[in-house]
Ligand binder design. Structure first.
Ligand SMILES: [Zn+2]
Length: 281
């Protein structure tokens, strides 16, 4: 895997195979990093993972217009992951006259619309009294459930990119049953790169995925520097085996991250924003 900084404008295509670009690596409230939203590119194919409140501006600063995004996946409904979805939907609908593809289960589609997007998107700008729906703005790519227990895993494709999503535990604190927790998903790309996205320290799903997909090369795991049970606490992650830690980059970190030395603690390091992780080089 080769790591290289973005030079020039960010593109949704490449000629180097599977690549991960962190738009940001920060926590929801970071003031020095963008929020942890990610672009996967693989030759002519791409996928935006999450679209938080700062996503469109961050992409603009990288030289990319958010309306150029054709494929996206949303992990859960916190604003640092969905805050710019309304902008994306409106710009695509009214300016580009297109519907981006969104990987989303039926359960989450209903919740995302009803609890978050409906207020800003249901009323048509065109004064034709049409009540707009989720499907007026997005093409749903419905992933197929491939594993029922102990934790559901779903699969689909975006062009040549294989996508598997799995239920995570994020909130509430101290909840250990995924069925009782807020809907949240992690994602596995090409059975090679695993992203926890927002998850508490949850070895059940981590070990399940590592066991089911021994081809996993790297893990990008969210972390919180201070003790807590919303994201994986740094010190809990530091207690994982050296084998797991050496393929684990940390992301979604708060601005006090320099109080920790991830490499000295056995991790691959802190993920960096504005940087490509190229898996075929
Ligand atoms: Zn969250």
């Amino acid at each position: 895997m080769k790591i290289s900084k973005l030079t020039g404008k960010l593109s949704l295509k490449n000629d180097c195979g599977l690549s991960v670009f962190f738009i940001g690596v920060g926590s929801a409230f970071s003031k020095i990093h963008n929020q942890t939203n990610i672009i996967i590119t693989k030759n002519d194919d791409h996928l935006l993972i999450d679209c938080g409140t700062c996503c469109a501006k961050a992409l603009y600063e990288y030289g990319l217009n958010i309306v150029d995004v054709d494929n996206l996946f949303i992990s859960h409904s916190h604003a640092d992951h969905i805050g710019n979805l309304e902008e994306l939907a409106l710009m695509c609908h009214y300016i580009r006259n297109k519907k981006p593809n969104i990987i989303i289960t039926n359960d989450y589609k209903k919740k995302l619309w009803k609890e978050s997007l409906k207020g800003g998107l249901a009323y048509s700008v065109e004064n034709n009294k049409k009540i707009m729906k989720f499907d007026d703005y997005f093409n749903q790519i419905k992933p197929v459930r491939i594993k029922k227990s102990p934790r559901p895993v779903y699969q689909t494709n975006v062009g040549s990119i294989d996508v598997k999503i799995f239920r995570t535990l994020h909130i509430p604190e101290n909840e250990t049953n995924w069925k009782k927790s807020m809907i949240s998903y992690g994602i596995l790309i090409d059975e090679r790169v695993l992203f926890s996205l927002d998850s508490k320290f949850d070895t059940d799903i981590l070990y399940q995925m590592l066991q089911d997909y021994p081809t996993i090369e790297y893990i990008f795991h969210d972390c919180q520097i201070k003790n807590g049970d919303v994201h994986a606490w740094y010190d809990d992650l530091a207690g994982l085996s050296d084998e797991v830690k050496k393929i684990m980059y940390l992301c979604h970190y708060s601005d006090n991250y320099k109080t920790k030395d991830a490499k000295a603690d056995g991790f691959a390091g802190f993920a960096e924003q504005g940087v490509f992780y190229n898996f075929d080089e």
